[in-house]
Design a protein around this ligand. Structure first.
Ligand SMILES: Cc1ncc(COP(=O)(O)O)c(C=O)c1O
Length: 398
């Protein structure tokens, strides 16, 4: 068949910004996983942080109920229906003692990833510098890159003085920094003192903070993760993102929030109004229900991740693979044992998939600072985690 020259694929030239985006590192591993599953091999999947537990029955029933109302099929209120914004503000008041004006200091987003990306577009552009502690959750870096900002990395740390030292060593004060505690991928957590030291520094230097608080409820033992907005003055320079994805197992529903500095909330709302129409109304109503009434399931979700973590780390320790304790997040961030370190994290992950039939994320997928590690998402039940430990134990020799 002769090709119509009008339809030559070479005429499709992407925008320059596409050249800046990296290859999808997890793509090959995911393809391998799919191939194996098609062959009937039961790969145990610790790859993506995609919750395996269901949303509450009540949330599902709410969706059924609201979808019957024809009015709910129209374009929604793009910034979030007032009752939802109020539920978020009340939640902050109840859990963190933080006072938020729901009208000006809260906006609903189509998941926090959407909100983070659009806020980066609203706040950053060519000539702006943005700090992303590394290793990093990919969107923290790439949303700033897409916005045209210059990126500077610092090591992730739970020590605010050390963080300030790193900031002081930069040749120029950045405009903005991303924080994320409990942290993905390293599961680093902080106490309120961290923010009490770091926020005044940023206030003095005029550095904007975007705190990604996706794992706010995924905490273990007596530990409770602090909100950055608990620090006096934080609202002058900071916003915080939360999500229904992890605490409420509503990852596919796409529902998150940005709260804090009213100017940034206004800018995010404005830029979003050019790109989207907000969240499907039944999802918003179900989220109100969950924020107002779902207490027990959230605690149960955290308890499950805690016990899964224990089973995985104690199991691997029995084979000589020591993993430090963490107080939160749904990930085990593990050093590659010395004996296998030279392979690099991508090859090591491929080897685990090939020989142990266990999928993990290579640390390099979270930037060069993640090399030497793998991340295991705790999205399999304890029985399958025990099975994974046995399969890994069969091949590693420490
Ligand atoms: C740190 C962090 N922020 C945000 C997200 C995305 O959350 P959402 O589902 O609300 O977009 C994730 C998902 O894994 C995450 O790890």
């Amino acid at each position: 068949m002769t090709q119509n020259p009008q339809f030559k694929t070479t005429s499709i030239v992407p925008a320059k910004r596409m050249d800046q985006l990296p290859d999808y590192l997890f793509g090959k591993l995911n393809e391998e996983k799919q191939r194996r599953r098609r062959e009937g091999i039961d790969v145990i999947d610790f790859g993506m942080g995609n919750p395996d537990m269901p949303a509450s029955r009540e949330a599902v029933e709410k969706i059924h109920q609201v979808i019957e109302d024809d009015k709910a099929h129209r374009y929604p209120n793009p910034a979030g229906i007032p009752n939802l914004l109020k539920a978020v503000a009340d939640h902050y008041d109840e859990f963190y003692g933080v006072d938020l004006n729901y009208d000006q200091e809260v906006v609903a987003t189509i998941g926090s990833k959407e909100g983070l990306s659009h806020l980066a577009l609203a706040m950053l552009g060519p000539g702006d510098r943005c700090v992303v502690p590394a290793p990093f959750f990919p969107i923290h870096k790439w949303c700033a890159v897409i916005a045209g900002a210059e990126i500077q990395h610092l090591p992730v740390t739970d020590n605010a003085e050390r963080m300030i030292d790193y900031m002081e060593k930069l040749d120029r004060t950045p405009k903005l920094i991303f924080l994320n505690f409990p942290h993905n991928p390293t599961s680093t957590t902080v106490d309120l003192d961290f923010f009490k030291t770091f926020v005044p520094y940023c206030l003095e230097k005029n550095v904007i903070i975007i705190h990604d608080f996706a794992y706010k409820d995924i905490t273990f033992g007596d530990y409770k993760a602090p909100s950055i907005l608990q620090v006096e003055g934080a609202k002058e320079i900071a916003v915080e993102f939360t999500t229904m994805s992890k605490s409420y197992n509503m990852a596919g529903w796409r529902c998150g929030f940005c709260v804090g500095n009213s100017r940034m909330i206004q800018l995010l709302t404005r830029i979003k109004s050019f790109f989207d129409y907000g969240l499907f109304t039944p999802v918003q109503v179900a989220a109100i229900h969950e924020l107002r009434h779902n207490r027990d399931q959230v605690k149960e979700v955290a308890r499950k991740y805690e016990s899964r973590r224990k089973v995985l780390t104690e199991g691997l320790e029995r084979y000589g693979w020591d993993i430090p304790y963490s107080r939160g997040a749904m990930y085990v961030w593990a050093h590659i044992p010395d004996r296998y370190r030279e392979m690099g994290s991508l090859k090591f992950a491929e080897w685990l998939l090939e020989e142990a039939e266990v999928l993990v994320s290579p640390g390099i997928g979270f930037g060069p600072a993640g090399e030497g590690h793998i991340r295991m998402s705790l999205v399999e039940n304890t029985q399958r985690i025990r099975q994974a430990v046995r399969q890994i134990g069969r091949i590693i020799d420490l």
